[in-house]
Write a protein that binds this ligand. Structure first.
Ligand SMILES: [Zn+2]
Length: 878
């Protein structure tokens, strides 16, 4: 699954997909009945082998009527009853082997006693008729008075433990079954279920019945139902149907965003040596989806915000490909081979994340994946709460197992494994893993065994430190050169705190030493706390690189002088090493030579990531010559994803008339919408003279999907000009586009702080039907700092039927309002951001500002997605 959260500004991932766990807010889907999923697999009394699931719907009352027949085979002698997971469903009847049966419903189980104790191998058909009004698992998206034109949709989201909210079943990954899904819906609708479409028949009364059949077994969290008013596009891969569905009216967005799917299926089938294993591949894009994407077997569901406007899609370097390749990768890792318990979820998510890289490497210039790898490492380190936790863990009571270790670090570790084993050997191991475990549930030990059998390479140490152990090396690096001995002495210190699951790391890596006569590469294995490695060198080195190319997940502080960093920026072959040089040089203030070097990289480096990083570094350094270089770069930088970073960097230069003029013109007429949006943001942040005029103009103008209007509305909050209030009130009202409302609400929260009428207005959105708006209102009230909103939030916490899942976020906002930060009283709302804006220096405030930016971005991205969520904000300090 792809989880909602948001992107790191530094990395260029698509707007809609949200894999960036790093350091950020993560909205997790995991069930929250008692807060956490079951960490260990259950012991089983029976094997659920096949389910025939017939569903009908009452749209008006958002109800589901089910008639399911489970075919089970008993696993244990003496089994006297069958227990199914079932929450909030009214069971009407149960029939066992065609005879009416007794049953008992508890809060979370349907228990069916068997007539006599059964023996292993005995088979039963259990028919259950039921109805329910699901609060999770199955969702109704319908038009209402404010949004009368919304296409109708019904969709499900099973992972992690939510299938039981609409279907009484065995709801844990360690069982696999085939399915038949029979959906009776209005005749004009389209449906998508797992497997092959068997038939569509007239059902009378303006209804049709669609029958889908999945003959390859998978787990119940991968069962899917999508039904509604959709546009369809069809392609194929080796005669297997490849279909895409968009909410009616948005079908024209399918090709540009999804058209690369068959090429991905081909690539993955070839790389893995195991062909795509299902009978079709459908991708349904639905509104208000609770995740970024969900890899249901043969039938992925994705957020409809992945259907980018055709004019915006080309402004993102990899489009929606991260999301698409992630969910496709799961069809092998997760669906064909499934984690046995949630503690091993990385076997699903780490692999799906790695498969994104596989596609990126194959389809985009090399620099793209290299830059992503570098930013992903930084992102992972920035989410400090992950460091002490191993990837495989079963203690996730207080934080979701769907975390940045399962995803980002998991993907990184697989990258390292491939680097160490070599491409050919690595894929041989994976092929063996997939073949040996096809159709089975696995734990990490199964992967280790398969790799060893497939490659004859022992990987115990690797897995012990990276998967069962926690953390990653933090290195202090320095070197000396002995002219008499012609020797470089490179000292490597591991400085990570060794406690809990964090130990010393054993890392094989490459050291490159460049002297006037050329570069030489040496292999070393770091294994001690402190170690000095001697290398021959004919003269004093011009550059020493440790872990050349950045193939180890690590953080490091390499003590080098400015001259060497300058040399490295210009001469290092790999992006990772040049990017490291930029980070180091970005800390050097008031140095024209450094500014000139960064400007050179911004202008000339062949990798766009380096140009983007250089622009950010110039923004951090500040000063007249840095702003001049950034303005010059706008004349040459072509890619929208670089232009927007340059413009954002210009947002650091206060009281620079030239900058404000340029930002105004970019906001009005740049070739890139992303650059224009960034300019609006920057004008607001700089509180530039007359910025409000530009922002108002942008808010009233036309742009694809209101992209510029939403940016302008958000910028009004940073601008802090109370004259924007009437406009923000107008755009926050029901009936306006949801995304615009979210932007307006976030900005309203920051204006006229002592005006309780505004607080009331925002609080009125807490009871809105549209979840994204409610979410924005909750966050806005928390940030506004007006404690008069507390009762409204407390009411929501108690009354809302969705509040169980929404609760942690609401509680956090209430706490924020009750305990404003010391000395800041009611001004605490955006003091973080103002602190960030006041000083224009250093990493610290950049972190704070980024965090705020991310929060805003989150609100943007909530559009069209959430219905019920469990929400977790990052810890207050980074
Ligand atoms: Zn996933």
């Amino acid at each position: 699954m792809t989880i909602l959260g948001f992107n790191v500004p530094g990395s260029e991932r698509s707007r809609a997909i949200i894999l960036a766990f790093a350091g950020l807010l993560v909205i997790s889907l995991s069930a929250s009945r008692s807060g956490a999923d079951e960490p260990y697999a259950r012991s089983r009394d029976y094997d659920l082998q096949h389910s025939k699931i017939a569903l009908r719907f009452d749209l008006e009352h958002k109800k589901v009527f089910g008639d399911v027949v489970h075919s089970v085979s008993i696993l244990k002698d003496g089994t006297a009853k069958l227990a199914f997971d079932s929450v909030g469903l009214t069971i009407q009847s149960v029939v066992v082997n065609k005879a009416a049966a007794k049953f008992e419903s508890t809060a979370d189980k349907l228990i069916v006693p068997l007539p006599t104790a059964a023996k292993a191998g005995e088979k039963f058909d259990v028919q259950i008729r039921y109805e329910g009004k699901p609060t999770k698992g199955l969702y109704f998206i319908l038009p209402d008075k404010d949004y009368p034109d919304r296409p109708k949709q019904i969709w499900t989201q099973g992972e992690s433990e939510d299938t039981r909210y609409y279907l009484p079943t065995y709801d844990y990954p360690n069982d696999r079954l085939t399915t038949e899904t029979i959906l009776t819906v209005p005749a004009s609708w389209i449906t998508v279920g797992n497997g092959k479409l068997v038939s569509v028949n007239d059902a009378g009364n303006g209804l049709k019945t669609w029958t889908w059949k999945e003959s390859v077994p998978s787990s119940t969290y991968l069962i899917t139902v999508v039904a509604g008013e959709f546009d369809e596009a069809k392609e194929s891969w080796r005669a297997i149907p490849v279909t895409y569905y968009a909410p009616k009216g948005r079908g024209d967005r399918l090709p540009i965003n999804y058209g690369r799917t068959p090429a991905m299926i081909e690539l993955f089938s070839r790389k893995l040596g195991v062909d795509y294993p299902w009978e079709k591949y459908a991708q349904s894009m639905v509104d208000d989806f609770v995740a970024g994407g969900m890899e249901n077997s043969s039938a992925t569901t994705n957020t409809s915000s992945s259907l980018q406007h055709p004019k915006l899609a080309p402004e993102f370097p990899t489009g929606e490909d991260d999301l698409i390749s992630h969910e496709l990768g799961h069809q092998w890792f997760g669906d064909l081979v499934t984690c046995k318990d949630w503690g091993d979820i990385w076997l699903n998510e780490g692999f799906a994340t790695f498969m994104e890289t596989v596609w990126t490497e194959a389809h985009f210039p090399k620099e793209q994946s290299e830059y992503e790898r570098w930013t992903n490492a930084r992102d992972w380190f920035s989410e400090t709460s992950l460091f002490a936790k191993p990837i495989v863990r079963h203690d996730f009571d207080d934080s979701s197992e769907f975390d940045g270790n399962a995803y980002g670090k998991g993907g990184w570790v697989l990258y390292m494994l491939r680097h160490q084993l070599g491409e050919e050997s690595f894929y041989r191991g994976l092929k063996h893993y997939l073949e040996a475990n096809r159709g089975k549930n696995v734990v990490t030990a199964d992967l280790i065994k398969a790799i060893e059998e497939g490659t004859h390479t022992d990987v115990d140490e690797f897995f012990n430190q990276w998967i069962y152990g926690a953390g990653a090396p933090k290195l202090d690096l320095s070197y000396t050169y002995d002219d008499a001995k012609h020797q470089v002495g490179l000292t490597v210190k591991q400085t990570q705190k060794r406690e809990g699951h964090v130990g010393l790391f054993h890392i094989p890596t490459e050291v490159e030493i460049t002297t006037a006569t050329g570069a030489r590469i040496y292999l070393v294995k770091v294994a001690k706390e402190t170690e000095t490695f001697p290398f021959p060198a004919d003269s004093a080195p011009l550059m020493v690189l440790f872990d050349k190319g950045g193939n180890v997940l690590k953080s490091s502080e390499f003590h080098k002088d400015k001259k060497e960093w300058l040399y490295q920026l210009k001469n290092a072959a790999e992006i990772s090493d040049r990017a490291d040089a930029i980070l180091a040089l970005g800390k050097v203030k008031n140095d024209e030579e450094v500014v000139a070097a960064l400007a050179g990289a911004l202008r000339d480096d062949k990798a766009w990531g380096i140009r983007a990083e250089a622009s950010e570094a110039l923004g951090r350094i500040g000063g007249a010559s840095a702003s001049k270089k950034l303005l010059e770069a706008l004349e040459t930088a072509k890619e929208p994803w670089v232009r927007n970073r340059v413009v954002t960097a210009l947002g650091n230069f206060k009281d620079d008339a030239g900058v404000a003029i340029k930002l105004n013109s970019v906001a009005r007429e740049d070739s890139s919408y992303r650059a224009r949006a960034a300019a609006l943001q920057a004008l607001g942040k700089l509180k530039a003279p007359d910025a409000l005029t530009t922002l108002k103009e942008a808010a009233s103008g036309d742009s694809p999907d209101g992209f510029l209007r939403n940016a302008a509305l958000r910028a009004m909050g940073s601008l802090g000009d109370n004259k924007a209030v009437p406009l923000l009130l107008e755009w926050s009202a029901a009936g306006k586009p949801i995304e615009s409302r979210q932007a307006a609400i976030a900005s309203l929260a920051r204006l006229q702080k002592d005006n309780t009428e505004i607080t009331k207005q925002i609080a009125s959105y807490l009871t809105e039907a549209h979840f994204p708006v409610r979410l924005s209102a909750v966050l806005a009230l928390g940030s506004r700092g007006d404690a008069s909103a507390v009762p409204a939030l407390e009411t929501l916490l108690k009354s809302d039927e969705l509040s169980i899942t929404f609760a942690p976020l609401i509680k956090e906002q209430i706490e924020r309002l009750k305990k404003p930060k010391s000395g800041k009283s009611s001004e605490s709302a955006d003091d973080d951001e103002e602190a960030g804006e006041k000083e224009n220096s250093g990493e610290g405030d950049r972190g704070v500002t980024q965090r705020l930016d991310k929060l805003e971005q989150l609100i943007r991205e909530m559009n069209e997605r959430l219905k019920t969520i469990e929400t977790r904000l990052p810890p207050p300090k980074k």
